[in-house]
Design a protein around this ligand. Structure first.
Ligand SMILES: *Cc1c(COP(=O)(O)O)cnc(C)c1O
Length: 233
């Protein structure tokens, strides 16, 4: 593996190539650098290479990093969020990608109202239907998206998914495609796309190119960018 800066260059080139292959505008795909269990020094290296959007899974770790790194970074929550942690999440994150239930939406809205802050959110969909995985079932996504319309501080931008783990990225193509089709369906019903183009967060280190071919606008890449993760920081 190269340095963080070299890896970012390589990943950006792969993003552009994948988008171009399917006739998409490469600028329509953004990279979320997944920095969970990576040290501050690695994040600073990425920042120096022009990467400003980061994804974190764990609230306390994210809180420490946000405090240490200051302004100018954009933090996405990509981990499962408990409703009783919504207050803190509302304060530190710039986007919540893992909104999957009404109770959490209510808790976020309450705190965001107090803060006078609007929060871009994505609805996490459990496209693969795995029992142990977070996310709303695809057939329940419409109802949740409809309910979210009544929270003025939640800016519903699109959908996020994490397909079942597979060895061959091609096996995830169907899941990515289903998320895109669901996004199109919800947009046609007026439930998505009210705040600009529908965002689809899908694809990680092993499968982000397939995800881009299927329509991803946000790819969440950790190990391919930073190397193996350490223990919690
Ligand atoms: C950890 C994580 C990633 C990054 O995974 P890599 O395989 O290291 O790229 C992406 N999305 C979510 C939700 C994660 O938890």
């Amino acid at each position: 593996m190269g340095t963080v800066a070299e890896n970012i260059e390589t990943i950006r080139a792969r993003i552009r190539a994948a988008a171009t292959r399917v006739g998409r505008d490469p600028d329509s795909v953004r990279l979320v650098a997944v920095s969970k269990h990576q040290p501050l020094a690695a994040i600073r290296e990425a920042l120096a290479a022009g990467q400003v959007m980061f994804g974190e899974n764990y609230l306390q770790e994210a809180q420490e990093k946000v405090a240490a790194l200051g302004q100018g970074l954009v933090w996405h929550c990509i981990g499962h969020l408990q409703s009783n942690k919504a207050r803190l999440a509302a304060e530190i994150f710039d986007c919540i990608e893992t909104l999957d239930r009404l109770k959490l939406a209510r808790a976020l809205e309450t705190r965001l109202t107090e803060l006078g802050k609007s929060m871009p959110v994505l609805v996490q969909v459990n496209v693969g239907g795995e029992a142990q995985k977070a996310g709303v079932a695809p057939e329940k996504a419409r109802q949740l998206c409809r309910e979210l319309q009544k929270f003025p501080h939640l800016i519903l931008q699109g959908l996020m998914t994490m397909p079942p783990f597979v060895a061959d990225p091609e096996e995830s193509r169907g899941c990515f495609r289903r998320l895109r089709l669901l996004g199109e369906e919800l947009a046609a019903q007026g439930l998505l796309g009210r705040h600009g183009p529908v965002q689809l967060s899908m694809g990680m280190s092993g499968d982000f190119e397939v995800a881009i071919e299927e329509g991803a606008t946000l790819v969440r890449v950790g190990t391919a960018l930073f190397g193996e993760r350490g223990q919690a920081v």
